[in-house]
Design a protein around this ligand. Structure first.
Ligand code: PMP
Length: 403
């Protein structure tokens, strides 16, 4: 196991203060803080190897290209993809899902075809499908939840028909903090001949992801939630789909030949990487994933589960505490009595505690639960039990003010 207090020293922002109080950063599901090695990788890339990738015969361009492609192999290794050409760099989860909705949609979907999502999806895994529905008239079917807010897998089985073309499902809910039985859901879809996209935004930073063991057809995640910079993310896809899918954006690097009459497209992954990619971001993402691998994702998961367990134990002391859903990972959503989430969040902020409040970009889920939103504490490898104690004392203090 690692010592979170030693880890903290590698994250410069964690020693800053907010309103004269030590920062207690519990908003990691929104974005994680960055270790020194990632910050340095960005600076080093600009100081030593910066040049546009794939286009130059000159030395710097070749070194930049090598490091960019090395980062792709690091991602391949991290998610156990069969080949690096199946790793496409995007701006993040949102862009990856939009890419699939657009390219898979254009290539394989027709009016009346069905796409299955779930009640607990992030807006990023709802709106791209609605845009497609508006454009070509697909039908969106939604997996309901059981009373304990977990996925109703039996109801899911019943949503398939001969027009079902894709399932797009979150691995871990960013609101409920629960892990969906994605392997079972993928197997059910495959037994119906339907491919599956897994939104790994909230799982990749906290659990071992193995796209081959999952047999996911597409798997997407964001770098910034796994200690990498903003603006870089990943779409993994099976070659059988990616090869047949139309490109997403048109432009430089995604082409083989361009004539005014006809253009032919580049091989994977470049077919889906139009324009100058964020190669510095990709290199820094590679660094971040190496950082996680050095510590061990299983160790990180164990530490975060311990923090979640400890939070639930300590929350039991708080009067009128209501846990939303069945958290099993690294995020806990809650409400305290009838204190509005925004009020609780604002007052905790004055104590230096950063937590997220509101609908967490999952309005249909919040509506389903019939609540105004939630307060969410979400953990990363650098959080400590002492920070949970500070959170608990902060909530008790706010609750006394409202009593
Ligand atoms: N899906 C889930 C489950 C998320 O938690 C998030 C980020 N909150 C997203 C998608 C969107 O990620 P990004 O904003 O990095 O594209």
């Amino acid at each position: 196991m690692f010592n979170p207090n030693e880890i903290r020293e590698q994250f410069p922002i964690l020693s800053t203060q907010v309103y004269g109080k030590p920062l207690v950063y519990l908003d990691n599901a929104a974005t994680t803080q960055k270790p020194r090695c990632v910050i340095d990788a960005i600076s080093e890339a600009y100081c030593t190897i910066n040049a546009n990738v794939h286009r130059g015969v000159h030395h710097l361009s070749q070194v930049a290209t090598e490091q960019f492609e090395e980062a792709r192999r690091t991602v391949q290794n991290f998610i156990n993809a069969p080949h690096s050409r199946q790793v496409i760099f995007t701006r993040g989860t949102t862009e990856s899902i939009n890419l699939v909705a657009s390219s898979f949609g254009n290539s394989f979907l027709k009016e009346g075809d069905r796409v299955i999502i779930s009640t607990m999806e992030h807006h990023s895994n709802i709106v791209p499908w609605q845009l497609l529905r508006d454009r070509i008239g697909i039908e969106i079917r939604v997996i309901p939840l059981l009373p304990d807010a977990t996925l109703d897998v039996e109801a899911y089985r019943g949503l398939f028909n001969e027009r079902t073309r894709l399932v797009s499902l979150t691995h871990v809910s960013n609101v409920l903090g629960c892990t969906n039985p994605v392997k079972e859901c993928i197997d059910i879809a495959h037994s119906n001949g339907v491919p599956v996209l897994i939104d790994g935004a909230q799982s990749t930073p906290h659990t071992k992801v193995d796209v081959q063991a999952l047999d996911a057809d597409f798997f997407v995640f964001s770098g910034h939630k796994v200690y990498a910079p903003t603006g870089i993310g990943v779409l993994y896809g099976k070659e059988e789909w990616l090869e047949k899918m139309q490109p997403y954006h048109g432009g430089g690097e995604m082409i083989q030949t361009v004539r005014f009459e006809k253009t032919t497209y580049n091989e994977l992954p470049y077919k889906f990487e139009a324009g100058t990619p964020d190669y510095v971001g990709a290199i820094a993402l590679g660094k971040a994933l190496e950082f996680v691998q050095q510590i061990g994702i299983e160790n990180i998961a164990r530490h975060e589960r311990m923090l979640t367990q400890y939070t639930l134990e300590r929350f039991a002391e708080i009067e009128n505490m209501r846990i939303i859903g069945k958290p099993d990972g690294s995020a806990v959503s809650f409400l305290v009595g009838d204190i509005h989430p925004a009020d609780l969040g604002t007052l905790l902020d004055r104590l230096g505690i950063a937590i997220r409040t509101g609908h967490h970009c999952a309005q249909p889920l919040i509506d389903h639960l019939g609540i105004p939103g939630t307060v969410r504490a979400s953990f990363a490898l650098y959080n400590t039990r002492e920070e949970v104690d500070t959170l608990v004392e902060g909530i008790k203090r706010v609750a006394r003010m409202f009593a």
